[in-house]
Ligand binder design. Structure first.
Ligand SMILES: NC(=O)c1ccc[n+]([C@@H]2O[C@H](COP(=O)([O-])OP(=O)(O)OC[C@H]3O[C@@H](n4cnc5c(N)ncnc54)[C@H](OP(=O)(O)O)[C@@H]3O)[C@@H](O)[C@H]2O)c1
Length: 269
């Protein structure tokens, strides 16, 4: 498969590196474009892929194209591609833009365009991403399989109906940032109680990694796993009470809701 990447920022790079590391695509079959020559050429040099000056030329050369510009730039890129409609013959477009609906993506494009909207996250860079996708009106099961293969190379992938894509943004698209904040705060607590910063961070990071792996590998509900480590009258239940008193759960739920609403707002612009 020939893969194109329009937009070589954090997300585009994470998805591309995921696909290359998993051997889904060969570097010699990858084309990248960006706003500035500097960005695309440095990525091309680093990963051994081809830098292409024009988005139209990139689409022409590719079987599938990841659209990884910011949501406010993507409509301009789509119009640019639509001006040379033949560049999209046989090309599957996979958008990563938060908020932009399948309908908004398809609207400026030729009627026969095949489009998929996805929401990945940056741990894709190390093959630990979590992504969801939804199909456009012309995308078929072969296209879905291509999206699964590409996104699956960089972590887990699920299909959801379009109306849930903003919820996905709130949970997993933006989620890594909440977890980084939690890890930092957990380490800060250790520092407050006298641990050296590096040791506190190591303990906090491994704790989050271990707890997440317990949920993933045992298949048990997080509440059951939590009950297993909260002995009556003990330290952990005392800490859990403090989390609840300080609104940890409702603050987290509100953060997901805020991100989903922001994605919705981006889609309306
Ligand atoms: N970051 C995340 O955690 C995350 C998670 C889920 C989804 N997303 C989605 O992923 C998309 C990209 O986000 P990001 O964080 O990777 O953004 P970013 O780091 O700012 O990268 C954006 C890239 O788009 C390029 N670009 C701008 N205008 C262009 C044009 N006309 N033609 C071709 N390329 C152009 C930029 O090129 P220059 O470098 O040359 O300016 C840059 O490489 C967004 O739509 C976002 O909603 C991001």
């Amino acid at each position: 498969m020939k893969l194109g990447l329009i937009g070589c920022g954090k997300m585009g790079r994470a998805l591309l590196e995921g696909a290359l590391k998993a051997g889904i695509v060969k570097a010699s079959d990858v084309y990248v474009s960006s706003r500035t020559a500097e960005t695309r050429e440095s990525l091309a040099k680093e990963l051994g892929v081809h830098a292409v000056e024009s988005n139209v030329e990139l689409a022409q050369k590719s079987d599938a194209v990841y659209l990884c510009t910011k949501p406010n730039v993507l409509p301009i890129v789509l119009l640019e591609l639509a001006e040379t409609p033949e560049c999209l013959d046989g090309t599957l477009l996979i958008s990563t833009a938060a908020g932009l609906t399948v309908e908004a993506l398809e609207q400026p494009l030729p009627d026969s365009s095949r489009v998929i909207r996805c929401m990945p996250n940056t741990p894709a860079l190390i093959g630990k991403g979590a992504a969801a996708y939804t199909l456009g009106k012309n995308a078929d099961t072969v296209d879905a399989a291509t999206a699964c293969k590409l996104l699956g190379a960089a972590g887990s992938v699920i299909e959801v109906p379009e109306y849930l894509m903003n919820a996905v943004t709130g949970v997993s698209g933006s989620g890594p940032a909440y977890v980084y904040t939690f890890i930092e705060a957990l380490a800060d607590g250790g520092v407050l109680k006298g641990l050296p910063r590096a040791q506190a961070l190591e303990l906090a990071t491994q704790t989050v990694l271990g707890a997440a792996s317990m949920v993933a590998e045992t298949g048990l509900h997080p509440a059951i796993l939590r009950d297993m480590v909260t002995s009556p009258g003990g330290t952990t239940i005392t800490a859990v009470q403090s989390l609840e008193d300080n609104g940890f759960r409702s603050t987290t739920i509100a953060a997901v809701e805020a991100a989903a609403e922001k994605a919705e707002e981006l889609g309306r612009k």
